[in-house]
Design a protein around this ligand. Structure first.
Ligand code: MD3
Ligand code: FE
Length: 217
């Protein structure tokens, strides 16, 4: 008997922490697959190295980024977009590693959003002091699909607010192996990451890596 009693009950189970209407934190959900996820990140970055993108306003982002999947998120002086090609390598982004796709789907199901087949994974790398200021993820064609985010390495503080930039923000600490799922009314919430405190993680050293899975097309 492995069926979980809570599978049959509506609402969040014991290891599911509601963050907001439509947003759930699954603490430790990726922990036992974390080594495989990190190995897959290494394979992606060997083909598509992390780089600091420039915002349309001309600022260099403190977070370094790469992508895998059918399309990848990029920013430059002309704007934000999903692009099938890595503009630096001049070839398609690496394909989505199976361990990535499986984890994103399992997290979506666990959080109650049903099967999820993302076509894009943005990989963010933070070093101490890196931050992501408050923004909405609205470059995806299908905002009916959730976003799944996986935290690896150093702990960080999520900031998330409401549908207006001026709404009050809540802070939640996330650490290695934590997974958050954002859908429904939370899908277009403003969110960001506070400046990363210094520290050292057993696997990743002075780094935090975040995977965000999206249905962009
Ligand atoms: C809330 N990344 O890549 S993931 C991003 O940790 C991004 O690197 C952050 O925001 C990171 O766009 C935060 C948490 C997250 C992702 C998507 C959301 C929170 C969200 C979409 C709607 C509301
Ligand atoms: Fe975001």
């Amino acid at each position: 008997m492995t069926a979980d009693l809570f599978d049959s009950l509506p609402g969040p189970g014991p290891d599911e922490e509601p963050l907001a209407e439509g947003a759930v934190l699954l603490r430790g959900f990726a922990r036992e697959r974390a080594d495989a996820l990190v190995a897959a990140v290494r394979a992606v970055e060997a083909a598509a190295p992390f780089r600091h993108l420039v915002t349309p306003g001309g600022y260099r982002m403190s977070v370094a980024m790469t992508n895998c999947g059918t399309v990848g998120w990029v920013s430059d002086r002309s704007g934000y977009r999903y692009d099938p090609d890595d503009p630096i390598a001049g070839r398609p982004w690496p394909t989505m590693p199976p361990v990535f796709a499986a984890l994103a789907d399992a997290a979506s199901v666990k959080a109650g959003f049903g099967p999820f087949a993302p076509d894009a994974c943005l990989i963010n790398r933070y070093e101490p002091g890196s931050r992501l200021s408050l923004h909405q993820d609205r470059d995806e064609r299908d905002t009916g699909a959730p976003i799944v985010s996986v935290s690896l390495g150093l702990p960080a503080t999520f900031l998330f607010g409401g549908l207006q930039r001026s709404d009050p923000t809540r802070r939640v600490r996330v650490e290695h192996g934590d997974v958050a799922v954002w859908g429904g009314p939370a899908r277009l919430a403003f969110h960001g990451i506070a400046p990363l405190p210094d520290g050292s993680h057993a696997i990743l050293g002075r780094q935090r890596i975040n995977l965000t899975f999206r249905k962009a097309l």
